[in-house]
Design a protein around this ligand. Structure first.
Ligand SMILES: *Cc1c(COP(=O)(O)O)cnc(C)c1O
Length: 482
């Protein structure tokens, strides 16, 4: 049976269910499967023509033992997870007419119109499924840069075995994203607006880390996480890379390039796992905005904390690509000592330089680019003017990076991941297109509906948020028990 171990080598190997429910490994590392399943070209070829859900069933079956989730239940969970998507194909792919061999994979047709729905849809249903079997209850605590929060709230709403506390940095997510979190009626969703987060979502991750570090609190409230470090999200996000590849190529084995707008490296990290498993991707382009942490890692071999800046692609205003450690684990063939050392240095001084040999290995098959704000806006405008296709700012970052990154074979087909619907960013769309009137395609009925609903939220200041929130959560828990 496939067991899960920590990227930093501590603690016991655990089974799939435990890895999903725990979120973090007991030594603070991230769970990884002991071995990655390998997929050969015959198997890949046999998957051609499968729907997204059918393909997901095949790939997840490589990671999830039938003893944990029987085949019929897995099919049921997948059907339930994607029932709320707005389009039948789940993930449509369109060709950009004005750019050579360039395709857009639209990952934003879920209920909260960002790619976070893809992983969250399955993970939250899976967690609830395990909890129902055990007759247990979990409180999820998540931080968000704008899109994880709405997805976690939507999928948790009304679940019998789950609550969710959604922490978001006041003023750093769009009003549209905020209302996706605050307008749900469900009594098991607790939106928390936190003022004065100068480091954005990273400030909130720090609060959550402190909650985890308090064993009595963690045990009493039974808290866990469905942020992008959860193996369930990463595993699910490998599927759309396989799906996109199988949709695009005629002949299995043909290499393509893929560009992904990246912050926490959960999505792109999953892509690189798909490649480790056997998917023929030539180059992955890590598309950063001005917050260029990944670009510095790939180009200079330095992982360093720099001050955060606000950009039009705000969901990737992220300083710490937490999933990078997971990527490194596979690239360094499970050298947990090296990872532990790098992580310790980074956690202590806020910066670490990778050994020359490790830098060489980790940039194999990768390129990167840091896109400026004006490039992002110009790309949105150009594609809209050329072919009346409206990109959201994150997809624009991916397209720009694919065009400008070094060491990319431009003769290959390029797949760019569009991770959010532009309706989440109406002010950016207006600025990019230099118009006061939103064009068709820049709105979405779910956003319009939320604009006219009551909001509920807790509010506190970062200075006292951790203490206040822990006290509130505990009191709330005690009241619910009695
Ligand atoms: C979260 C998010 C990303 C980045 O995904 P990571 O897995 O954190 O790298 C990109 N685009 C959008 C719109 C997002 O919400």
């Amino acid at each position: 049976m496939l067991n899960y171990v920590s990227t930093t080598g501590g603690g016991e190997a655990v089974d799939f269910e435990t890895a999903i429910l725990n979120g973090y490994a007991s030594d603070g590392g991230l769970y990884v499967p002991e071995q990655l399943p390998k997929i050969d070209s015959a198997q890949l070829a046999s998957w051609k023509g499968l729907s997204y859900k059918e393909l997901a069933f095949e790939i997840l079956s490589l990671f999830i033992p039938r003893t944990a989730v029987p085949a019929e239940d897995l099919k049921g969970l997948l059907a339930q997870a994607y029932a709320d998507f707005y389009v039948e194909e789940i993930i449509p792919i369109t060709k950009l007419a004005s750019r050579k061999d360039t395709y857009i994979m639209e990952l934003f047709h879920g209920p909260t119109i960002s790619f976070k729905d893809i992983g969250m849809a399955f993970l939250v249903n899976l967690v609830d499924y395990f909890l129902a079997k055990r007759n247990e209850h979990l409180s999820l605590v998540v931080a968000t840069t704008g899109d994880t929060g709405p997805a976690a709230a939507f999928y948790t709403a009304g679940k019998k075995h789950l609550d969710v506390w959604v922490l978001y940095p006041e003023g750093k997510i769009t009003p549209e994203q905020e209302r996706q979190i605050t307008t749900l009626v469900a009594s098991n969703v607790y939106p928390v607006s936190v003022a004065n987060c100068t480091q954005g979502g990273d400030d909130l991750d720090a609060i959550i880390a402190k909650m985890y570090a308090d064993p009595a609190f963690k045990a009493k409230l039974n808290i866990s996480s469905v942020n992008s470090i959860n193996w369930g999200r990463v595993m699910m996000q490998t599927v759309h890379y396989f799906y996109g590849y199988l949709q695009l190529v005629e002949e299995i084995g043909t290499p393509i390039n893929i560009a992904t707008p990246s912050g926490g490296f959960g999505n792109l990290g999953a892509g690189s796992l798909a490649r480790e498993m056997g998917l023929p991707i030539q180059t992955f382009v890590a598309a950063n905005n001005q917050n260029a942490c990944l670009h510095r890692i790939f180009e200079e071999g330095i992982f360093s904390l720099e001050p955060i800046v606000s950009t039009p692609a705000s969901a990737i205003d992220i300083l710490i690509p937490m999933n990078f450690w997971r990527y490194l684990y596979f690239k360094l063939k499970g050298d947990t000592n090296a990872i532990k050392e790098y992580k310790q240095v980074f956690d202590t001084v806020g910066s670490v330089r990778f050994k020359r040999e490790h830098h060489r290995i980790l940039r194999e098959g990768f390129s990167s680019y840091s896109v400026s704000d004006s490039e992002t806006l110009a790309e949105m405008k150009q594609v809209f003017e050329n072919e009346a296709y409206l990109l959201d700012p994150h997809a624009a970052v991916a397209l720009q990076a694919a065009k400008n990154a070094d060491r990319v074979d431009a003769s290959l087909t390029t797949l760019c991941l569009a991770t959010a619907h532009p309706a989440k960013f109406p002010e950016i769309v207006k600025e990019a297109l230099t118009t006061e009137v939103l064009p068709e395609g820049a709105t979405h009925f779910s956003i319009e509906k939320a604009a006219e609903a009551c909001e509920k939220k807790l509010h506190c200041d970062l200075a006292y948020a951790q203490k206040a929130l822990m006290a509130f959560m505990e009191e709330n828990y005690t009241q619910k028990q009695s």
